[in-house]
Design a protein around this ligand. Structure first.
Ligand SMILES: Cc1cc2nc3c(=O)[nH]c(=O)nc-3n(C[C@H](O)[C@H](O)[C@H](O)COP(=O)(O)OP(=O)(O)OC[C@H]3O[C@@H](n4cnc5c(N)ncnc54)[C@H](O)[C@@H]3O)c2cc1C
Length: 405
């Protein structure tokens, strides 16, 4: 038997994007369903969870959801740099706790969360516009009718693919990670490890979660490299390469694996009755492949705009477009600049990486953070490109500045 539901807004995917859409829309008093295929929110972890304390505070995420970071270490085959800040600006999230908090926010404001609900298809009206989704839950077939659908299904972009609006991402990052208990952990310091032995097109990392727990991972750019990140991670952990050796005895707790789009902001993100948000919209900073803060921020904006459109009775592309306008204004130029830096980094040999770290050494903590966050305010970058005391740094900032033209 098929169960049928009627909602104003249906959100497919209970990740940070979907929960944030559902929260903001439910707050505006419309009837919202959040659909998640797994048995709990964040049952599988597919992310390392690094983000920025400023964003955490803006979103109201509780303090017990993250471990603060104030020292940023980089190593290449023959070089090493640590940039030390006086106060922490970065953080490693307790991913499950944070994602569940986000979903609970939505639920507390009236959204219905349907777990174990795997969406497989879409429902269209005579005009060919989406008016619902269908799939299976623990009881059998299930259909959700709705005025607007949000595709927050992440990398898979299930809804937009079923509509025929998108195809599989061609350029993406594949990441494998072990969360481990380690003997010697400096919980205020993260490590990024670059060069061929760590990852031929990407980087490896150590991110401390707190309480002697760290996430050790490897990310590999596809299709640039054929290396399997899981195999490379095991090799690095077995051989205790670089800073992994300093961790002492390592006891794995759990394994994480995920894919993140890296095709830039190439997708259209609004259609009649449909919005794409988070990874399904490709909203990620390509420099370190981070997208959680964008998923939450633009999820909330999408939820608010969808709710207003539903209340006004007009949910076509034009009514939903302010969402696309909003995120484009905020991040389009920055992500383009970050793409330019990423292109440079992907092409570096080991020797060149050793030299790149000499440039990074010259950055002040705030310059380094703006850079790695892809927070390239044009005025700021122009100033640094012209006035930075070091020529090599000026050249690095010039790269960003030129892209913004
Ligand atoms: C290895 C790796 C490390 C990363 N590290 C970082 C980091 O340190 N910091 C950072 O900011 N970002 C990081 N990212 C990126 C970050 O994880 C994503 O940008 C972010 O999770 C996007 O959120 P989302 O809600 O759009 O998608 P997701 O988090 O992928 O959530 C999508 C949800 O939809 C559900 N779903 C999918 N299909 C269906 C369906 N058909 N029916 C019902 N439910 C469905 C999934 O189960 C999932 O819960 C990393 C990514 C990877 C792969």
């Amino acid at each position: 038997m098929t169960s049928e539901y009627n909602y104003d807004l249906v959100v497919v995917g209970g990740g940070p994007a979907g929960s944030s859409v559902a929260y903001e829309a439910a707050k505006k008093g419309i009837k919202v369903a959040l659909l998640e295929k797994e048995e709990t929110i964040a049952h599988s972890v597919r992310t390392s969870g690094v983000t920025w304390i400023q964003n955490i505070k803006e979103f109201g995420i509780p303090d017990d959801c993250y471990n603060p970071i104030k020292k940023y270490s980089f190593c290449s085959p023959n070089n090493e740099v640590t940039i030390s800040d006086t106060v922490p600006h970065a953080a490693v999230l307790d991913v499950r706790k944070t994602y569940r908090w986000l979903a609970k926010q939505a639920e507390d404001h009236g959204a219905d969360i349907h777990l174990k609900t795997n969406i497989k298809d879409i429902i269209k009206n005579k005009a060919g516009d989406i008016v619902g989704v269908s799939g299976v839950n623990k009881e059998g077939e299930v259909v959700f009718h709705s005025k607007v659908v949000v595709d927050a299904s992440g990398f898979s972009s299930t809804v937009s693919k079923s509509m025929g609006y998108v195809t599989q991402w061609e350029r993406f990052g594949a990441g494998a990670e072990y969360e481990v208990q380690a003997e010697n952990v400096d919980q205020e310091t993260w490590w990024l490890m670059v060069g061929q032995k760590y990852s031929p097109a990407g980087y490896a990392w150590i991110f401390p979660v707190g309480r002697n727990i760290v996430r050790i991972g490897v990310g590999v750019g596809k299709p640039e490299s054929t290396v399997d990140p899981t195999e490379r991670l095991k090799e690095l952990m077995d051989s205790k390469t670089g800073p992994i050796g300093k961790l002492g005895k390592i006891t794995p707790i759990e394994f994480h694996y995920g894919l993140i789009p890296n095709d830039g902001l190439t997708r259209k993100t609004v259609y009649n009755n449909l919005i794409l948000v988070g990874d399904s919209a490709g909203q990620a900073n390509p420099l370190v492949l981070e997208g959680i803060r964008y998923a939450i921020k633009f999820g909330r904006i999408a939820g608010g705009i969808a709710a207003d459109a539903i209340k006004s009775g007009k949910t076509d592309e034009a009514a939903l477009y302010p969402y696309e306008e909003n995120w484009k204004k905020d991040i389009q130029a920055k992500i383009k600049s970050a793409g330019k830096v990423q292109d440079r980094w992907i092409g570096l040999s080991d020797d060149e990486w050793d030299k790149e770290l000499d440039i990074i050494k010259e950055l002040k903590p705030e310059e380094f953070l703006d850079f790695i966050k892809a927070d390239f305010g044009l005025a700021n970058m122009l100033r640094l490109a012209v006035n930075h005391p070091k020529l090599a740094v000026r050249q690095l900032f010039n790269l960003v500045k030129n892209k913004n033209k």
